[in-house]
Design a protein around this ligand. Structure first.
Ligand SMILES: Nc1ncnc2c1ncn2[C@@H]1O[C@H](COP(=O)(O)OP(=O)(O)O)[C@@H](O)[C@H]1O
Ligand SMILES: [Mg+2]
Length: 318
């Protein structure tokens, strides 16, 4: 009777869970205290252990992990040609782009070993540390309903459980926002994937291996400034057509690549219609960014925040 039980166990669990990397064997095929493994089960366990060891040993020198492509949420179709989706690819950390209170952005390279194929990705990792304060949480929580009130209470009271939930929710929210906006054709980095609190994004580069500058770092001449304002208002119109506004728009959350503007940092994207403070958030976004353009010399007749806010609210159907 005992050996019959083990045979069942083998067939149902062991083959399905056998994977090339990160093979888990601790909780599989455990002999029960009262019995012994059948010969087959013993062999299978030995194979699993061996696989796990070889998988570790196989990681090519310099690589930090296997590609996480198979493990998380994946980006929208059509997938860009440059994106490496091969499961045999490995990730190597190239360095830190920026550390912040709420997230760190790292640069990673995903390579297929023994080929010349690779792509560079920005890895945005949300933090769930003790001292972080999400200045954006209040508005965010107001606008959305969390299904379980226990979760809501944990987040509002900032228990460690709640902080972890928040960090992961931010990555879920940003991935969803980027996916939606990218699919609409809005200028945002391609969201390649999400795993837990980590987002992998198209790296917006400066053509020389570095990151593209933030709008705040630029001193555009009058024509460039007018052109960037044109691009910005067009993008805000596109968001407004979907009933959305960025929610934390500033010259620090806009990148400029080869004269083209892209919006980044979108976890708190606001539904202008459903969120009770939606119109207020939209007005604040416009005021912030218009102030930057005005400070760089864009004439008032262009950078008129009140008129633009009205126009966008109208587009959003308010
Ligand atoms: N996809 C990207 N490509 C290039 N640089 C990026 C990318 N995403 C973020 N960065 C850089 O990292 C900084 C922080 O990213 P951001 O999303 O604004 O996070 P936060 O402001 O919450 O720390 C940005 O200002 C930008 O310089
Ligand atoms: Mg930012």
């Amino acid at each position: 009777m005992l050996s019959h039980e083990y045979d069942d166990f083998d067939e149902q669990k062991a083959p399905a869970r056998k994977r090339r990397r990160k093979v888990r064997f601790d909780d599989e095929l455990q002999p029960q205290r009262s019995g012994r493994l059948t010969e087959d089960a013993r062999q299978r366990l030995a194979n699993l252990r061996e696989d796990a060891l070889t998988a570790e040993a196989e990681l090519p020198p310099g690589a930090d992990r296997w590609s996480t492509w198979a493990d998380g949420e994946q980006g929208p179709h059509p997938r860009p040609d440059w994106l490496i989706t091969d499961l045999a690819a490995v990730d190597t950390e190239l360095g830190v782009l920026k550390t912040g209170k709420e997230a760190d952005v790292h640069l990673i390279e995903r390579t297929i070993p023994d080929t010349d194929r690779s792509c560079v990705l920005a890895a945005k990792r949300y933090r769930s540390n003790e001292h972080r304060m999400f200045h954006r949480d209040a508005g965010y929580l107001e606008g959305r309903r969390v299904r379980e009130s226990r979760q809501m209470r944990a987040m509002v009271n900032r228990t460690s459980f709640g902080r972890n939930l928040l960090a992961e929710q931010w990555s879920v929210a940003e991935f969803a926002a980027l996916t939606r906006l990218w699919s609409l054709g809005a200028p945002v980095p391609y969201p390649a994937q999400r795993n837990g609190t980590e987002l992998l994004l198209e790296f917006i580069d400066d053509g020389a291996g570095g990151a593209a500058p933030r709008l705040a770092q630029l001193r555009p001449d009058a024509d460039e400034l007018a052109n960037l304002w044109e691009q910005l208002t067009g993008t805000l119109e596109l968001l407004a057509m979907e009933g959305l506004t960025h929610g934390d728009l500033s010259a620090y959350n806009v990148l400029v690549q080869d004269g083209h503007l892209l919006l980044i940092d979108l976890p708190q994207v606001v539904d202008v219609v459903a969120n009770p403070r939606g119109p207020e958030f939209l007005a604040r976004d416009v005021a912030n960014i218009a102030a930057w353009f005005a400070s760089r010399g864009l004439p008032d007749r262009f950078a008129d925040p009140v008129a633009l806010t009205e126009r966008l609210l109208h587009t959003a159907g308010m």
